[in-house]
Design a protein around this ligand. Structure first.
Ligand code: URA
Length: 440
């Protein structure tokens, strides 16, 4: 077999066999195939796409390039959740303990933030002592005992994806729906859960800018999951505005704690509850109505918050922060962004909001950047709000006074104002399952 012939075949839009896909992926991981040939194949896939069968073969091959986590030591149906990323996306912090408080099993591997989006692992590490790198045996014990554990993704999960993603990043092939689907699902399949709920974000703060693109991505990921024998559903959520009112590490932790108590911002509270219910239904804890009731009760009776504190304690963290969020450190410097003229907030460029938070120190400019856990942005007014001149739109926080000025000018340019109220946005846009698409 020759890589040249595989590239030639895909260039003409022909279907690659499982053996050809394995030859390309394995050869690339073992460094027998050079970057320039893999780049050519990726570009051919970008233009010619892949059938569902090719995509499943590619995903399986990428997943099997490293460890395939065996979660069978954990009793019950393990349901994973994954978000395609966003700004202010702290959903896992709420959903994982909430599902466990209702009897579900969550054995979750999460990532760090890179680019304009934050990462669950960074947020959890803002709790003093919290360990995200724990031995597999302890991870399994924790889930068996308390129903939940969230750890960092181990180094050897889908190494083929790491290499291919780095190459896509420099060859303008990131924004290929089949390649994104294979990249995400290879890690999900390797992480070992029985069932998967995907949060496919849509809008200016997401990979997918339109609902149509997001539906296509969701359909591909659901087809991969189902093809691999893991029941998978995808929920499309609005990321054309930051999620909730906090972007940053400490302040997102505080927002997650408030949401577990039922006092979260409306959009974030709704999304968390919908994801928790769907994960419980997939975990066969009950039907939709029963799971809705369980979720409401766990929030109202405090068991969801207690479950979070239990998880924090089991992973070495100081759980008193969960009951006393005022203990999180405060940023030494802050600055307000105010309304330039009376009207309505027409739009918020959410990627720009994320970039402003990265400048403040809340995210990483490069893989080695150090996170400032106190840095971030609190939004007081979001898209659709009527505002008066001089009113505070947002407060920016940082440990560096210098960074505040630069971030402020970014954030300012993220807002568009108008004299008329924009249409109301829905938080949940659609649901994709193996049976089709339901639009809301
Ligand atoms: N997230 C991933 O893990 N991979 C992609 O290709 C895009 C988003």
């Amino acid at each position: 077999m020759r890589m040249y012939d595989i590239i030639e075949k895909k260039k003409h839009g022909e279907v690659l066999s499982k053996e050809e896909i394995a030859f390309a992926v394995d050869g690339y991981v073992k460094e027998k195939i050079p970057d320039y040939q893999m780049s050519a194949l990726l570009m051919a896939i970008y233009f010619k796409g892949m059938t569902d069968k090719e995509l499943l073969d590619l995903t399986n091959c990428m997943a099997e390039s490293g460890d395939m986590v065996d979660l069978s030591e954990i009793k019950g149906i393990k349901v994973d959740k994954h978000s395609t990323g966003g700004v202010g996306d702290k959903t896992t912090l709420v959903v994982a303990p909430l599902v466990a408080a209702c009897g579900g099993k969550v054995a979750k591997m999460s990532g760090r933030g890179l680019g304009f989006t934050g990462g669950t692992v960074d947020k959890l590490e803002s709790i003093p002592g919290f360990q995200t790198a724990i031995p597999e045996k302890v991870f399994f014990q924790n889930v068996n005992q308390s129903g939940v554990s969230v750890i960092g993704q181990s180094a050897n999960i889908a190494p083929a994806d790491k290499r291919i993603y780095a190459l896509r990043d420099v060859t303008a092939t990131i924004d290929s729906i089949p390649l994104i689907a294979a990249s995400i699902m290879s890690k999900k399949l390797a992480a070992g859960s029985d069932k998967i709920v995907l949060d496919v974000t849509v809008g200016s703060g997401a990979f997918m800018k339109t609902k149509e693109e997001a539906v296509k991505l969701a359909e591909k990921m659901v087809a991969i999951g189902e093809g691999a024998g893991r029941e998978t559903i995808a929920i499309l959520t609005n990321m054309d505005v930051p999620l909730g009112v906090a972007v940053g590490n400490d302040i997102e932790m505080i927002e997650a704690i408030e949401t577990l108590k039922g006092f979260g911002p409306e959009d974030f509270q709704e999304i968390c509850e919908i994801f928790a219910v769907n994960m419980l239904v997939l975990g066969e804890i009950g039907d939709y109505k029963q799971c809705q009731k369980l979720v409401k009760e766990a929030i109202e009776n405090g068991s969801a918050l207690e479950k979070f504190a239990e998880m924090v304690k089991m992973q070495g963290g100081d759980e008193s922060y969960i009951y006393h969020p005022e203990k999180f450190k405060k940023a030494p410097f802050q600055k307000n962004l105010t309304v330039p003229k009376m009207g309505y907030i027409q739009h918020m460029d959410t990627e720009m909001c994320g970039k402003a938070s990265v400048i403040l120190g809340a995210g990483r400019e490069t893989k080695d950047s150090i996170i400032d856990s106190t840095a971030g942005i609190r939004f007081f007014k979001k898209t659709g709000c009527k505002v008066e001149k001089g009113e505070v739109l947002a407060t920016l926080y940082s440990s560096s006074e210098k960074k505040l000025e630069e971030a402020l000018s970014y954030l300012k340019s993220a807002y568009t104002f108008s004299d008329t109220q924009p249409e109301n946005m829905k938080n949940v846009l659609a649901m994709v399952t193996k049976d089709g698409v339901t639009t809301y």
